[in-house]
Ligand binder design. Sequence first.
Ligand SMILES: Nc1ncnc2c1ncn2[C@@H]1O[C@H](COP(=O)(O)OP(=O)(O)O)[C@@H](O)[C@H]1O
Ligand SMILES: [Mg+2]
Length: 226
Amino acid sequence: MDRAGLLLVGEWSEGTMLTSDHITAWINRTAGVLRDNRTCLTALDSAIGDADHGNNMDRGFKAVLEKLPDDRDIGVILKAVAMALISRVGGAAGPLYGTMFLQAAKALDGKTELSAGDVEAMLKASVDGVAIRGGARAGEKTMLDSLIPAHEAFREARAGGADLTACLAAAAAAAEEGMKATIPLIATKGRASYLGERSRGHQDPGATSSYLIIEALHETAVEAGA
Ligand SMILES: Nc1ncnc2c1ncn2[C@@H]1O[C@H](COP(=O)(O)OP(=O)(O)O)[C@@H](O)[C@H]1O
Ligand SMILES: [Mg+2]
């Protein structure tokens, strides 16, 4: 095979990548979306929690934006996100989202651009990290009810040959469905579990913020043409 042929094969198998600039754009977009949805997330948390989730996430990502490093290493960028969330967000969401971004950072250590395979590894590490830190599984009315289906849909789309943006479209759609599917669930973890049966009929705030974060990544990829 000639050189041009080899290059073409390489491009075809790798697909388009997300660069460190795209990851920084994702974090900025997430901060904006969480700011815009602050009241809505807090209203959801007022029904089954203590009415602070919107403020927690907005405050956390404001701190994230102050600390975002100008670095090519995506591991370094995501670790800074994790540290800002851990130090600025109290309650359940701070340590859980901190763990999510810390595990993502570890999975992508040293990388300056991400293939669909790298994003799948990031999602898996994030989901596993949150599950271990919070001791929760699918169906307990938590952020995992968006994150687990998102990872699963991404994995299936990639196995079927979809490109990065299409994989993220599938992940975001699954996260949205998972978020809505928390409405009839009874919470068995976190503050909402104190309500028992009365937690039924309300959408979980953490599943909602997780969907918004995944959707922001999808939109970033669409904009990047990845
Ligand atoms: N053990 C857990 N595992 C995963 N997610 C959890 C757990 N406990 C709580 N959560 C998530 O955290 C969200 C609440 O976050 P937040 O209101 O910021 O914290 P707090 O409950 O401490 O007030 C819930 O909606 C739920 O999705
Ligand atoms: Mg709360």
